[in-house]
Design a protein around this ligand. Structure first.
Ligand SMILES: Cc1cc2nc3c(=O)[nH]c(=O)nc-3n(C[C@H](O)[C@H](O)[C@H](O)COP(=O)(O)O)c2cc1C
Length: 323
């Protein structure tokens, strides 16, 4: 369960940062994992309109988007856009990040692929501005809504503060902390109540990736699914990605992750293992199921398709049992 904050202010300790920190702290306080991406301090190239994303589904620019930001967006259950008003819009740094998400737009609308997290992903906007004009946040809200649509997040509302100019202004605001807590309670809390399941295999390149993606896609409102591997490889299997794309599910930005680390940050209520062999975890008090599934890595595409269909079938049963 990841709450991802996209921080747009260039100030290190500015009002936006104060607001986003409160949101992320309150989320962590109720059990969510939180990550903040500070757009000003990351290497994010502005979109060069090469249109490769619309033709090929990928952005050829190499920077932090490719390194981890696309993967974080894909993993997130809640995406928080946080920005000060700069000339009645968001900051250029945050806008660069958002423009580079055209690749999500292309994969969704041109390639007709669905994000596994589509059923439950929420978006929330935090913003501050110095003046008090009625339309102060209108442009930011419109851009943010359009961004949320591209990354398949349902717009869950906003908290915006006028008359906030100097560093520290928001820290003395009387109602902000209560309002953030209320928003977190409404947006984040229901997602922390889902059953936490880890799907584990050895490399986290094929079987467990497919299982977690189906679990999110088919039962993400009830199941908080994540996958991991006892010996994670560098990249997920491209044949697996192609087979999942045939099912309409997009795993373009999925990354293998370590089982040990995942268990630490994502304490599960259930573990479904499928071939992590002697390294399969056995945690006291945690329900563990073993699925006997052949390893499709290095096999032909039909073998991958067969394993994929079998996993989908099992996930349909699992999600029914956990409704
Ligand atoms: C380049 C620039 C443009 C700004 N444009 C606006 C604006 O159009 N309307 C407004 O109300 N405040 C504007 N501000 C003020 C900031 O929104 C305000 O100081 C805010 O509290 C800064 O948030 P931060 O501390 O998170 O960076 C602008 C500030 C800068 C530096």
């Amino acid at each position: 369960m990841l709450v991802l904050g996209l921080q747009g202010s260039p100030r290190k300790k500015g009002n936006t940062r104060f607001l986003l920190d409160r949101f992320l702290e309150a989320s962590a306080g109720i059990g969510a994992r939180t990550v903040m991406v500070d757009a000003s301090r990351r290497n994010i190239l502005p979109c060069r309109e090469l249109t490769a994303c619309e033709r090929k589904g990928f952005c050829p620019l190499r920077d932090d988007m490719e390194d981890d930001i696309y993967a974080l967006i894909t993993e997130a259950d809640v995406i928080v856009v946080a920005t000060p008003v700069f000339f009645y819009n968001m900051t250029a740094q945050l806008k660069a990040l958002i423009d580079r998400c055209q690749v999500f737009w292309a994969r969704k609308y041109r390639f007709k692929l669905k994000e596994p997290g589509i059923a439950q992903r929420k978006g929330f906007l935090l913003s501050v501005g110095a003046s008090r004009g009625k339309q102060l946040f209108e442009a930011i809200e419109l851009s943010t809504r359009y961004f949320f649509d591209a990354v398949s997040a349902e717009y869950g509302g906003s908290l915006t503060y006028r008359g906030v100019e100097n560093v520290g202004d928001l820290a003395v605001h009387k109602t902000v902390e209560k309002e953030v807590e209320k928003a977190v309670e409404r947006i984040v809390k229901p997602l922390t109540m889902r059953k936490r399941i880890i799907f584990a295999c050895r490399e986290n390149a094929c079987r467990s990736q497919m299982a977690a993606a189906f679990a999110r896609y088919l039962g993400g409102d009830k199941i908080d699914a994540i996958s991991a591997g006892s010996k994670p490889v560098e990249k997920v299997n491209p044949v697996m990605q192609a087979v999942m794309a045939e099912k309409g599910i997009d795993l373009a930005f999925a990354r293998p992750r370590s089982l040990d680390k995942t268990i630490d940050v994502h304490r599960p209520e259930m573990i479904v293992t499928m071939g992590c062999e002697s390294a399969c975890p056995n945690i006291e008090g945690v329900e563990t199921i073993n699925w006997d599934l052949p390893d499709p890595a290095g096999q032909s595409k039909p073998v991958m398709q067969e394993v994929c269909t079998e996993i989908e079938k099992r996930i349909r049963v699992l999600t029914q049992q956990n409704k």
